[in-house]
Structures are given as structure tokens and as C-alpha cells.
Write a protein that binds this ligand. Structure first.
Ligand SMILES: C[S@@+](CC[C@H](N)C(=O)[O-])C[C@H]1O[C@@H](n2cnc3c(N)ncnc32)[C@H](O)[C@@H]1O
Length: 246
């Protein structure tokens, strides 16, 4: 069962927001002008406007069917003046200097990197980036560090047995990152995020599962992968002991 938070809107209406969406929204600066890339249902734009966090949001999606859900929702609530809906790929439907904050949530980390890569001029005009990769978060961190982003902060959300990572970044040169921090965001460790222990245990569990599967495989590739996994497991265990104070 997913946990939803009920948010009351004007005119006796309410919306349901998951922990994941609320954690993403917590990184949006007050009074920002936001592009929500891949908006789908439009919950993020509606929440930002209804709660007075933003006065203008551009909600985009590459899928007509997805965007239609947002168009309908925005019309229902009479928010057309505040939420602009645009059909298109990534930032290709956003002009330079049009927004100061961008959200890309609910997609794979590699796709998020590809979307950024394709619109460098627009990206350069944006100050705040909030990413929520569903998979490949370490690949996304690697992309960001290599391509002129600084990871400023990170968040975590949990829904049942699923964890969601949120990365808040800005343009700028990143300092060196330790290998384990591509896997587990450094900021989460620094601030001893309350969900971090559970998240690391979950990750160790996944690594153990893969290890079991390849343990007896004979190929060089499998043996190297096994060694790599054990190394990452040790690093994660070390972080876990540190945050648990052992
Ligand atoms: C799983 S939904 C996530 C919706 C919402 N952002 C969230 O986090 O709940 C992913 C959405 O991204 C859209 N999408 C995928 N690739 C895209 C791209 N290159 N540009 C814009 N939207 C894209 C999909 O059509 C889909 O509606």
C-alpha cells in the first residue's frame, strides 16, 4: 500500500501527494519559476501553485497522452494563467532565461543525463536543478560531476519498501567524489538522513542477491563483477557503521 498525504486545495478540493513528490517539492525555492520536465499527471505544478511556492510553472511532457492529463487537471482547477503546458522533448520547449528552477523526476538517471546534454544553452540559464532518478542514480551523479554540476544537497523518500533519491544541483565545478558517494550521496551521510540506514541496508541486500547469483560463475567477467560488488559492499558497510556510530 502506498502512503499518500492529503493536501487541501481551494474550493473544498484536495489532492493526494506521495512522500516521493513531497520530498522533491521540498527542494523548490520559494518564488521560483519552474519547469517540470516530464510532468505526466501535473501534480507537482498544481501543488507548487496552490501552496504559493511558485507563481508560474511550465509543465512539459514528450507524450501527448501524459500531457493531456495535466491540461485537464489544470483546466479543472482554473490554473491556466499560472501553469503553461507544453508538448515536447526535454528542454527543447523551454527558452533560455525562461525559468530559474528545473525538476526532472520519475525517469531513469541515464535519460535525465541525456535530456540535460541536449540543451546546454537552456541549462546554463537555470539556477536550481532537482532530479529524482528512479534507477541509475550513480550514473546520474557521475554525469553531473563530469559535466559542470555541483551536487548541493540530497534527499530520500520512502514508500513501503521502496526508496527514492532526490538530488539538488547547481551549475559549477564539482570537487572530487569518492566512489561510494556515487552510490550514496555524500550530503545524505553528512546530514545523517533518518532514512539513510535503511537505504544502505536495502542496497547491501541487493548486492548480496547479485553476489549469490554470480558467485559460482566461472567467466572472468563474473569474477571481476563479484570482486567489484564485494568492494562496494564493504564501502557501504563502512558508511553504515559510521552513521550508526559503531
Ligand atoms: C513516470 S512519469 C513521471 C511523472 C512525474 N514527473 C513524477 O515524478 O511523478 C515520466 C514522464 O516523463 C515523460 N518523459 C519521458 N521522456 C521525456 C522527455 N525526453 N521529455 C519530456 N518528458 C519525457 C513521460 O512521457 C512520462 O510522462
Amino acid at each position: 500500500m502506498r502512503i499518500f498525504n492529503y493536501i487541501y486545495l481551494k474550493g473544498d478540493r484536495y489532492m493526494k501527494l506521495s512522500n516521493r513528490l513531497l520530498e522533491i517539492i521540498s527542494f523548490v525555492p520559494q518564488d521560483s519559476i519552474v519547469a517540470d520536465i516530464g510532468t505526466d499527471h501535473g501534480y507537482i505544478p498544481v501543488y507548487l501553485i496552490e501552496q504559493g511556492i511558485s507563481n508560474r510553472v511550465i509543465a512539459t511532457d514528450i507524450s501527448k497522452k501524459s500531457l493531456e492529463k495535466t491540461i485537464e487537471y489544470v483546466r479543472e482547477l482554473g490554473l491556466e494563467k499560472n501553469i503553461d503546458t507544453r508538448l515536447g522533448d526535454g528542454f527543447k520547449v523551454i527558452e533560455e532565461d525562461e525559468v530559474d528552477t528545473a525538476i526532472i523526476a520519475g525517469m531513469g538517471g541515464i535519460l535525465i543525463g541525456d535530456i540535460l546534454e541536449e540543451s546546454v544553452e537552456v541549462i546554463d540559464s537555470i539556477t536550481h536543478f532537482i532530479f529524482q532518478p528512479m534507477v541509475a542514480s550513480s550514473e546520474l551523479r557521475r554525469y553531473l560531476v563530469k559535466n559542470g554540476f555541483q551536487i548541493i544537497d540530497e534527499g530520500l523518500a520512502r514508500e513501503d519498501d521502496k526508496f527514492y533519491e532526490i538530488i539538488y544541483a547547481k551549475r559549477g565545478k564539482s570537487s572530487e567524489i569518492e566512489e561510494v558517494n556515487y552510490e550514496i550521496g555524500e550530503r545524505l551521510i553528512e546530514k545523517k538522513h533518518p532514512l539513510l540506514g535503511g537505504f544502505i541496508k536495502y542496497k547491501i541486500g541487493l548486492l548480496d542477491k547479485i553476489s549469490e547469483e554470480i558467485k559460482y560463475k566461472d567467466s572472468l567477467k563474473s569474477r571481476n563483477r563479484y570482486i567489484e560488488i564485494q568492494k562496494m559492499r564493504d564501502s557501504l558497510q563502512e558508511v553504515l557503521s559510521k552513521i550508526e556510530g559503531n
